[in-house]
Design a binder for this molecule. Structure first.
Ligand code: DHB
Ligand code: FE
Length: 284
């Protein structure tokens, strides 16, 4: 029997990311930005746009093409993808400038809350025939003063060995390679998973068209998404990357940091192992 492997189209992944984000946005606290600040920020954004038009002598056909493209991004549900690839890293950098302990990185469009809770030594949910190099990530969660944080949550989500995320690629079962790992009384954890593949932004929609038109590439290096939470501490949202991995130096989302690169080693049985400790600062 053959199985049909549907690869997620930009419209599929984009629409799922849009639906997911709408649900997230509905639960957000209303941003109460004063009018002077709204005016200042929007003026600065428009100034950038106007400046580019002047600098490059943008034509009417180019202006109309830009309008059509913006509409297509919305129609295809690709705004969450676009914003998280091209803009989020700048917002994250602002937040990071006041955060101590483990370095953060972008959340991206594929976080899903309320995944299965797992013990401190565990295997992420996976298909019986999940492919990919076995990977073990072990370590400790601590306060920045060194105190181990037992009962901390390591919320982990990742792409599979083909670069697809559960919940957004129709052929991957819900909850696959996602879980919330709870640290033991010493703050320790040991997570069994598989090595994710590099991720390619879905390229059959308007975001892909832009990338092609600009001669860029659509790749992010392989990464694990991790959010670490502990009571009384400021949570950190981050990603771990792999030493020597493709696209590490040219991430389309510009979200890599040298402190977030791990270098798993084969333990002699074909399992790649790496240690990484997370440090959280107290909630102010
Ligand atoms: C996107 C996807 C990711 O997996 C990620 O980490 C960041 C951004 C995206 O397609 O927008
Ligand atoms: Fe990702």
């Amino acid at each position: 029997m053959s199985t049909i492997q549907e690869s997620p189209t930009a419209a599929g992944s984009g629409a799922s990311a849009s639906e997911n984000f709408k649900a997230v946005a509905a639960g957000l606290t209303v941003v109460d930005t004063p009018p002077e600040r709204v005016a200042a920020i929007v003026t600065a954004v428009l100034k950038g746009v106007h400046g580019a038009i002047e600098e490059y002598d943008v034509t009417y056909p180019e202006f109309q093409a830009a309008k059509a493209w913006l509409m297509a991004v919305g129609d295809g549900g690709e705004w969450p993808l676009f914003m998280d690839v091209f803009v989020e890293h700048a917002v994250e950098a602002q937040v990071a400038s006041t955060q101590h302990g483990t370095k953060g990185s972008i959340l991206g469009p594929y976080y899903l809350p309320d995944q299965v809770k797992l013990g401190s030594t565990c295997q992420l949910p996976r298909r019986d025939d999940e492919r990919g190099t076995p990977l073990v990530l072990e370590g400790q969660v601590r306060d920045i003063d060194g105190t181990p944080l037992g009962g901390a949550e390591i919320d982990l989500w990742q792409a599979d060995a083909d670069g697809y995320y559960s919940g957004f690629a129709p052929h991957v079962p819900d909850g696959n390679l996602r879980g919330v790992v709870v640290t033991d009384h010493e703050g320790r954890f040991e997570i069994n998973t598989i090595q994710p593949a590099p991720y390619q932004i879905p390229h059959d929609g308007p975001t892909g068209q832009l990338i092609e038109a600009a001669g860029w590439h659509p790749w992010r290096p392989a990464h694990l998404h991790i959010q670490v939470r502990a009571e009384g501490h400021r949570p950190v949202t981050t990603q771990l990357y792999f030493a020597g991995g493709e696209w590490l130096d040219s991430d389309v989302a510009e979200a890599t940091k040298p402190e977030l690169v791990i270098d798993p080693q084969d333990d002699g049985t074909g399992v790649h192992r790496s240690s990484y400790d997370f440090e959280l600062e107290p909630q102010s």
